[in-house]
Design a protein around this ligand. Structure first.
Ligand SMILES: NC(=O)c1ccc[n+]([C@@H]2O[C@H](COP(=O)([O-])OP(=O)(O)OC[C@H]3O[C@@H](n4cnc5c(N)ncnc54)[C@H](O)[C@@H]3O)[C@@H](O)[C@H]2O)c1
Ligand SMILES: [Zn+2]
Length: 364
């Protein structure tokens, strides 16, 4: 059982395959894009469960797979990580017409996408995302980057993959907390642009998150379809792609205020941030309060945090949050750029949210 979604970007178009049993068929899916040496980059956790199976299928189609196993964790997405990976890729002898495979979560996808984008001035790569977040978000759309001491994702490039293979079976071994964090991005798609999908999720998310493959496939495929449509309309985020940042201005501030630690995963920040964006929209008279309550209720029901009070430990200080938002590159003349909503499923970008409204909301 699988679905295929196309990301339509003229000569850079590619397919996103979503379903079960896909890693077992990956050799056949990848073969049209590869020849000879195929570096397969993954992390230690993912390697344990899925590397051998992937290597076997590549071997079956006559490709010379070369595993490169990196340390798990955000720290790998760094200049040092880039240097190590670039040298490891060069050691495999992969040529400019070759293909590099990224097997892992967003850390592996972002690093491998960037490394292959600059290696020999750009070679092709494929994404085999293994976290829910990577399957519904980071593996689709071509944004790649590493972190710097000035902030996350500040050095990178747009480099679209040749193919994305999202096998929902692999989500079974993902820690529950990581699964839920990825789910926050799924709920975000419904909240920003598809009220019917949100309503479907209200009914089916519990079974999808319990591992039911049919509902999980629909959950991932529909999310990819929505992201593909947005990316196809605005590849380089000069317009509507910014809608994908619903919940992220608040979310990033919360992540920063909690020191990017295990206290709050990115997706958990997005969950709280999405509720805050709905509440701010309601406070500004743009959206019914009932929609904010509905989004909060759903996120809570699946087990995600839905308010700042749900963050363990000391409550992040309002001024600290505001200052993180102002330092965000999106601030202009004392007004913050936000994604707000005119009701569930109707997000829009606005550049004139008064700081005071945000302060009132955070202080409440
Ligand atoms: N490029 C984009 O558009 C984009 C979008 C969103 C996020 N990101 C980036 O993605 C990164 C976060 O990605 P992530 O949440 O996937 O984190 P991650 O890659 O660190 O994976 C989370 C953890 O799960 C483990 N893991 C992965 N797959 C597994 C599986 N199937 N079973 C068991 N364990 C597994 C990993 O080893 C890791 O420990 C961040 O660096 C973020 O900046 C990029
Ligand atoms: Zn996100």
């Amino acid at each position: 059982m699988s679905e295929r979604i196309t990301v339509s970007l003229a000569a850079r178009s590619y397919g996103v395959h979503v379903g079960t049993g896909l890693i077992g068929r990956a050799g056949t899916l990848l073969a049209p894009f590869a020849r000879g040496v195929v570096p397969v980059v993954t992390d230690e956790n993912v390697a344990l469960g899925y590397l051998d199976r992937l290597l076997v299928t590549l071997d079956e189609v006559g490709l010379d797979a070369r595993p490169i196993v990196l340390e798990p964790g955000e720290g790998t997405k760094s200049f040092a990580g880039l240097e190590g990976l670039s040298n490891a890729l060069l050691e495999t002898g992969v040529d400019r017409g070759g293909l590099v495979v990224a097997l892992g979560g967003g850390v592996i996808g972002d690093l491998v996408g960037f490394a292959s984008g600059v290696l020999k001035r750009g070679i092709d790569f494929a994404q085999i995302p293994t976290t829910l977040l990577a399957q519904v978000d980071s593996a689709v759309g071509g944004k790649t980057a590493i972190n710097t001491r000035h902030g996350k994702n500040l050095v990178g490039l747009f480099h679209q993959p040749k193919i994305v293979i999202a096998d929902v079976d692999v989500l079974q071994t993902l820690p529950r907390r990581e699964l839920l964090a990825g789910y926050a991005e799924v709920a975000k798609y419904g909240a920003l642009g598809d009220a019917d999908f949100f309503a479907w999720l209200e009914v089916h998310a519990p079974q999808a998150l319990a591992g039911d493959t049919a509902s999980l496939t629909h959950t991932v495929a529909h999310s990819c379809r929505m992201k593909a449509a947005i990316v196809a309309g605005d590849e380089r985020e000069t317009g509507d792609r910014a809608l994908l940042n619903l919940g992220h201005t608040f979310g990033h501030a919360l992540e920063a205020a909690t020191g990017y630690s295990q206290r709050l995963l990115h997706g958990e920040g997005v969950a709280i941030g999405t509720v805050l964006a709905f509440r701010l929209s309601a406070q500004l008279g743009l959206s019914p309060e009932a929609d904010a309550a509905r989004v909060a209720h759903h996120l809570k029901a699946v087990g995600l945090p839905s308010s700042i009070a749900d963050i363990p430990g000391r409550r992040p200080d309002t001024d600290a949050l505001l200052s993180h938002m102002q330092h965000d590159k999106k601030t202009k003349d004392g007004h913050l750029t936000f994604v707000l909503v005119r009701g569930l499923g109707h997000a829009f970008v606005t550049r004139d949210v008064p700081l005071q409204a945000v302060r009132d909301l955070l202080a409440a």
